[in-house]
Design a protein around this ligand. Structure first.
Ligand code: ADP
Ligand code: MG
Length: 712
């Protein structure tokens, strides 16, 4: 996949044409051109042919290769195609000439010029027209030469030429002048929403203070290698993703995660490039190269995101292509049929047809719909909600069911041993003590990477039971979703859940509601159990309340944990549907039936996971939501990535998606309704041409402004 920046791309229709043109080339497997980010992604054998094709299709557009992780500092380089100052100068001159022509006509001063008098005003109007409209006319001709007849430029051109033909000079000039105003305003609005996404990248400082040769020296952040130490002073932005090794202080992550309260960072904490060290000096070790930082990933995601076009967006492109020829044919019928059939005035009906043509330009739709989605995606990104495409926004807006993984998603995922409960009182013959059970459990779990195992080892260390003997343990096997079987000093130790002890045919006590139970058995005899707690996240209850408020009826919790431990957590959070004791494969199966049921009810299903071992489920859900930007596999599989680990962001994401879709729909309905109204007025002969143009520009502008609301 190669990404190009398209300089001088100034109309969404042209973006579509480039895409179509490239698609037809040989050896091109995929291509997508995005007007929102002025970029093109293409997968092709012969890139030179692609570059040449762009130059052929849109001569005004130049391409620039973009390499992953670099060159993101493209700032404001798209002034080539649309030079605001030049446009303003042309516009000003055109307005002055038109005003002079009006003055001549109004005052009758032209009479004083003798036989040139009659020509003075029309000539001034013509000059004004040329200044304001030359690029429209030129563009229309260029497109005709390239076999693409029906576009907005063509509509403007024949309408204004027609106006000249029937002597309506000032109208022709008016059309171009107002069109120009609209174009400039739209360009500004589009520019604003592009800038706000790009500003995310500008957050990341270009230089890092690295320790080199015993000294701190400033070097370009790109040169830092993984593992190198860097220093951030109070008030500075963090240049690289890293892990704190010394120092302590508050870090403001709002720019990336949308989290308004700064967090305290101490040795061991993770730092993200682009966030701000508020009050302390921090020394950290780089964990990722600059080009792969979380911030770079966000921008890459957002830029890729607008390439995955929503159905609505595709509809608009197709619509414009069918609609324009229909309007042209209709206009021709209006111009010629009444005069031919009923002997009406040709000039009158031709004028009506021309008004219709001017109004018919679907600019508002074509510009505002992609801009709306882009705004929605960009706005979400600034809150730490990374959406991988307009299609994802559509699916999110239709969410009816949200399925949560329990551990690490609704709960903190920080396990702590709460209690050790021996099977029999210490006085009983052959009974195990608390310490004895914990020590055996820690030894058995010494090779496991499950967080439960880590918490048991930690508790054993805290009680001074860890003397290195666990290294002697030889793991027989670890059964995912069950526990471990190990051999220590000739004894067979089983540590795991209810299911594992059943498998091993060992009678044992039932599980505890206070937390996850790890039963410990020695040589087939139940010794006791370790109870491990994992609290719900602070905002998990809010998250579910907010979903309910949004009308997401069905909230489900899936967990590999046992029902008696899962039920209290679900009850505390208000989740009615719990599927517990699931093996990883069961989760997928269960999710599939939930998806089918929700789809039958006309909704989409979200799966929210922390990304540890739920990649297949994330990939299968209509919208897979991965929490925390840490787990790379999850970031790849998910459709939505939350930079923070707050489940409440799920509701926010749905809300934003709905808002975006509402705005896009408003724009479609609004611009089509106004168009239809004015088309009718034009056909009836009520609307004057420049009323039509003002209406057209007004609609385009309102729709564009409305689209930028999706950003907020
Ligand atoms: P979750 O769905 O909560 O992420 P897992 O599939 O990782 O759960 O594990 C499910 C259950 O299997 C755990 O709640 C625990 O009872 C048991 N289990 C898994 N691995 C271990 C282990 N190493 N030691 C003890 N119990 C384990
Ligand atoms: Mg898990």
């Amino acid at each position: 996949m190669t990404t190009y920046r398209l300089k001088g791309l100034d109309c969404p229709v042209c973006a579509g044409e480039i895409e179509e043109g490239i698609k037809k080339l040989e050896g091109v497997s995929s291509v997508s051109v995005d007007f929102g980010t002025l970029s093109m992604k293409v997968e092709a054998l012969d890139l030179a042919a692609v570059e040449a094709a762009v130059a052929r299709i849109e001569p005004g557009v130049s391409v620039e290769r973009q390499d992953r992780g670099h060159g993101h500092d493209h700032g404001h380089d798209h002034g080539e195609g649309f030079n605001l100052r030049r446009e303003l100068a042309l516009f000003g001159a055109a307005v002055l000439l038109a005003a002079a022509a009006f003055a001549l006509e109004a005052t009758g001063a032209a009479q004083g010029l003798g036989r040139f008098g009659a020509w003075a005003a029309p000539l001034l109007f013509l000059a004004a027209y040329a200044l304001a409209g030359w690029n429209v006319v030129a563009g229309a001709f260029r497109n005709i030469l390239r076999g693409k007849v029906f576009d907005e430029l063509f509509l403007m051109t024949i309408a204004t030429f027609g106006a000249f033909a029937i002597g309506q000079f000032e109208e022709a000039v008016g059309v171009m002048v107002f069109y120009k105003i609209g174009e400039m305003l739209q360009e500004r609005a589009a520019e604003k929403s592009r800038d706000s996404v790009r500003s995310l990248l500008e957050l990341r400082p270009d230089t890092a203070r690295l320790r080199r040769g015993g000294e701190w020296i400033l070097v370009p952040a790109e040169e830092a290698a993984i593992g190198e130490e860097y220093l951030v002073l109070p008030g500075e932005r963090i240049p690289l993703d890293g892990s704190v090794v010394a120092g302590e202080g508050l870090v403001d992550t709002q720019a990336l995660t949308g989290e308004p309260t700064p967090r305290r960072a101490a040795p061991g904490a993770e730092l993200l490039a682009g966030t701000l060290a508020v009050d302390g000096a921090l020394t950290a070790r780089a964990i990722r190269p600059a080009g792969e930082s979380a911030a770079a990933r966000i921008v890459e995601l957002v830029e890729n995101a607008s390439h995955a076009k929503a159905k609505t967006e595709r509809f608009v492109t197709r619509f414009a292509r069918v609609y324009t020829p229909i309007v042209v044919v209709l206009a021709a019928l209006i111009a010629f049929l009444p005069p031919l059939l009923f002997g009406r005035s040709l000039a009158d009906w031709a004028y009506r047809a021309l008004v219709m043509l001017v109004i018919s330009c679907p600019c508002a739709l074509v510009v505002s719909v992609p801009l709306g989605y882009f705004g929605g995606i960009g706005g979400a990104a600034r809150r730490g909600i990374l959406v991988k495409g307009a299609t994802v926004l559509d699916a999110l807006a239709e969410a009816k069911t949200v399925v949560f993984d329990k551990t690490g998603t609704l709960t903190k995922g920080v396990f702590k041993v709460l209690a050790v409960v021996p099977a029999a009182p210490p006085s009983a013959p052959g009974a195990f003590t608390e310490d004895g059970i914990l020590k055996l459990a820690a030894a058995a779990e010494s090779r496991s990477r499950h967080p439960i195992a880590a918490s048991i080892r930690e508790a054993a260390r805290a009680r001074g039971l860890s003397d290195g003997t666990e290294d002697e343990a030889s793991l027989v096997r670890e059964l995912p979703g069950h526990g471990v079987v190990a051999e220590i000093g000739g004894r067979r130790i089983v540590a795991g859940n209810d299911r594992l002890l059943h498998l091993e045919n060992i009678p044992h006590a039932s599980c505890a509601a206070e937390g996850t139970t790890v039963n410990v058995a020695v040589d087939g005899v139940y010794a006791g159990r370790v109870v491990i707690g994992d609290e719900p996240k602070a905002d998990a209850a809010d998250a579910l309340r907010n979903l309910g408020r949004l009308g997401v009826r069905r909230a489900v919790m899936l967990t590999g944990d046992e029902a008696c431990a899962a039920a209290p957590v679900a009850a505390a959070l208000g989740i009615a549907e719990v599927h517990a004791g699931l093996l990883p494969g069961d989760k997928l199966e269960r999710l599939e039936s939930i998806i089918a049921e929700t789809r039958a009810a006309g909704g989409s299903t979200l799966f929210v996971g922390d990304g540890v071992n739920d990649a297949p489920v994330l990939a299968r859900a209509d919208v897979g939501v991965a929490m925390g930007a840490g787990a790379d596999a999850a970031v790849e599989c998910a459709d939505l990535v939350l930079m923070t680990d707050e489940p409440s962001r799920v509701a926010e994401a749905i809300e934003r998606a709905r808002r975006t879709r509402r705005i896009v729909r408003e724009n479609i309905v609004f611009s089509l309704a106004i168009k239809a109204g004015f088309l009718a007025l034009g056909a009836l002969g009520v609307a004057v041409m420049w009323e039509a143009v003002i209406a057209d520009v007004g609609v385009a502008l309102l729709a564009t402004l409305n689209a930028t609301r999706a950003m907020k």
